[in-house]
Write a protein that binds this ligand. Structure first.
Ligand SMILES: Cc1cc2nc3c(=O)[nH]c(=O)nc-3n(C[C@H](O)[C@H](O)[C@H](O)COP(=O)(O)O)c2cc1C
Length: 312
């Protein structure tokens, strides 16, 4: 029997757990020449506000050990252009499109989600309450339990689309934020967004990116993200979409064992845009080696029994 890689996120069935992370895959169409978009579990659009945004001045990214810092500042084409120009093509390509929604106010989140609810071809809303790179809105909701509850409740009333708040790791107890999102009616949560970070050019004594502060992503953050997924898995019942530094099938499985039903791959797209088929092959190989017929059975099966000590 062919291995079954499908996963369920609320009412959504995805053919496999691999989703392209917001901001690392453009609007999906940019990658059409290298990846069959319909072969992915889904894609998440770049973050969208109601209106177009320029983002921050360059330089906006810098490489760091095992990762990168970015402060793009949520440059984007706005929700109306996305619906008119991108969504029809994504539909045609067979992509399951998650839209990453931003807002400077609670009302803007609601309005953007209403526009998306009336559009054809949106699989789910990923509510970005976690971008560390903008001053107004966004993370201010995501860093307050009441703010998280309020914005998720307000959007929940405005849409029947699957609703997936994206949580910030820049808090002490991320699981309590997952619980607040669940209580407010979220269908799933995704985590983590980037970790607030900075890098200094010691020759000039100036910041390496124009915004001074940015968000750290890539393999450097993976162990922290895995820990956060596991903490959330123990507290909430809704599915978790895990991400942070995934580069291969092993990393994907680490997140799934910790409790993620699906995962997103972000920074690795800049290293290897062909990562997708390699991860899918690696997952199938793992299933064969471990006699697993349905991949979703591994979710949350991490065994915290300490490993055997290795003596020299
Ligand atoms: C250049 C860049 C742009 C990003 N833009 C967004 C965004 O628009 N919305 C969002 O929710 N996350 C955004 N992220 C965060 C990623 O979606 C992801 O949460 C984070 O990078 C961790 O995953 P990774 O280590 O696999 O990249 C961005 C990340 C990078 C590197």
């Amino acid at each position: 029997m062919a291995p079954d890689l499908s996963v369920q996120i609320g009412s959504l069935t995805l053919p496999n757990p691999l989703i392209a992370a917001s901001g690392c895959f453009g609007y999906g169409l940019e990658y059409e020449q290298v990846v069959d978009l319909s072969s992915l579990g889904g894609i998440v659009s770049k973050g969208l506000f109601m209106k177009e945004r320029q983002g921050h001045a360059p330089p906006r990214i810098v490489e760091t050990p095992a990762g990168m810092i970015n402060a793009i500042g949520l440059q984007g084409i706005g929700v109306h252009r996305f619906v008119n120009e991108k969504l029809p093509l994504l539909r045609k390509a067979g992509a399951r499109t998650f839209v990453n929604v931003c807002g400077t106010t609670l009302d803007e989140y609601v309005e953007v989600c209403k526009v998306l609810s009336d559009a054809e071809g949106v699989a789910a809303i990923e509510l970005n309450i976690s971008c560390p790179n903008i001053k107004e809105g966004g993370i201010q909701f995501g860093c307050s339990l009441n703010g998280t509850y309020d914005v998720v409740s307000a959007v929940r009333e405005a849409t029947t689309l699957p609703l997936i708040p994206k949580l910030t790791p820049n808090v002490t107890d991320v699981a309590s934020f997952a619980r607040a999102a669940e209580d407010a009616g979220a269908d799933a949560v995704s985590l983590v967004n980037t970790f607030l970070a900075m890098a200094i050019d010691v020759e000039t004594r100036r910041p390496k990116i124009s915004n001074v502060l940015g968000g750290l992503s890539g393999p450097a953050i993976r162990p922290i993200a895995v820990r956060m997924v596991w903490e959330c898995f123990q507290l909430v019942k809704i599915p978790i979409i895990g991400m942070g530094g995934i580069t291969d099938a092993r990393d994907t499985l680490e997140f799934m064992l910790a409790g993620a039903t699906a995962v997103q791959i972000g920074t690795q797209n800049f290293v290897d845009p062909f990562v997708w088929s390699k991860v899918l092959d690696g997952l199938t190989d793992y299933m064969n080696r471990h006699q697993i017929t349905k991949l979703s059975e591994v979710v949350g099966t991490f065994d915290p029994t300490p490993p055997k000590a290795v003596h020299a």
